[in-house]
Design a binder for this molecule. Structure first.
Ligand code: BDR
Ligand code: CA
Length: 314
């Protein structure tokens, strides 16, 4: 049976890679897209989610979510990474399609209640919608199969501050709620996503074999690839969000460590994901009774990229 997922997203170029990857995977059934502010304002994120549906030719429900962090002031949208339109300034035409008239959090609660124990939440942006769903119906934590999120950094440097990754610093209070709730969280952070570099050779082969998804991805990725090439001197772009879908399809591609995660919500370390390894205990109680997150630390990058390519070209 295909794995049921909801993708919570702020599309975003790597979000687009993740979503089109998931749509093509027969082993995954995408029940909905829920949107959040992040790479772009939430209204644009919703428009972009609907564009991705149009590109892929699917009619997956889209529900709009939070437009700002729970408590911290909003941070600027990173148009130097994703472009003003979120898709690398390609200005893809908007669709006439509309989102549902319920909130993202309500959609998550309703869908999880409809399929108790079966739904995995795949989170690719700041975590406000998941935090709101927990607030709306705290029992959903027990009814979700797993939360797989792209965000955070354990040992690796951050990409917004020396310790903070973008999705977490964009709403640290929401992230702390998600990491401390009573559900199974798998964290796919910069420790692994900085090990996977997608280049134009792969994107060109996808475009050749699957011009529909491939042309969109190739066009959108050019701005993103230029950003990473200039900033890090690498040939290609980090595959951040799309790694979550590879994890759903083949968790064996990743090496995980268990630990309780808390998020720094203020001060110079704001947005840091601080992992207390399961094998250690500390006198400081902040990590006590916090469920263990699976923190991904290793990845088979070549196998992961091959999975992306074969899924999109099959
Ligand atoms: C994360 O931040 C966003 O810009 C990307 O879409 C990804 O979700 C990487 O730090
Ligand atoms: Ca994202």
């Amino acid at each position: 049976m295909a794995r049921k997922i909801i993708i919570d997203t702020d599309p975003g170029i790597d979000d687009a890679m993740a979503i089109l990857f998931a749509y093509k995977a027969k082993e995954i059934d995408v029940l909905g897209l829920t949107t959040t502010f992040g790479n772009v304002p939430v209204v644009k994120a919703t428009e972009n989610a609907l564009i991705l549906n149009a590109v892929a030719g699917v009619d997956v429900p889209v529900a709009q979510g939070v437009d700002k962090p729970l408590q911290t002031p909003p941070r600027p949208h990173p148009d130097f990474v994703h472009g003003k339109d979120g898709f690398g300034n390609i200005n893809w035409p908007a669709t006439q399609n509309k989102p549902l008239d319920i909130s993202a959090a309500q959609f998550i609660v309703d869908t999880v209640r409809r399929y108790p124990g079966e739904v995995t939440l795949v989170a690719l942006g700041p975590l406000g919608n998941l935090a709101k769903a927990l607030e709306l119906d705290p029992e959903v934590a027990d009814l979700v199969d797993e939360v797989v999120l792209m965000g955070g950094a354990h040992i690796e440097y951050g990409n917004v501050s020396p310790v903070a990754e973008a999705n977490i610093i964009n709403d640290p209070h929401a992230a702390d709620k998600v990491f401390t709730a009573n559900w199974q969280v798998t964290m796919i952070g910069l420790d692994v996503t900085h090990q996977v570099l997608l280049d134009n050779k792969v994107l060109e082969r996808i475009k050749q074999a699957n011009p529909v998804d491939g042309d969109f991805l190739y066009q959108a990725a050019q701005h993103y690839i230029n950003f990473y090439s200039e900033k890090f001197g690498v040939e290609g772009c980090y595959f951040h969000d799309a790694s979550t879908i590879a994890y759903i399809l083949e968790p064996g591609l990743f090496g995980v460590e268990l630990g309780s995660v808390r998020v720094a919500c203020e001060g110079v370390a704001i947005g840091q994901t601080i992992v207390a390894p399961a094998s250690m205990s500390f006198p400081e109680p902040a990590w006590d009774n916090v469920p263990h997150t699976q923190v991904c630390m290793e990845v088979d990058d070549q196998a992961l990229l091959a999975l992306f390519e074969t899924t999109l070209t099959q």
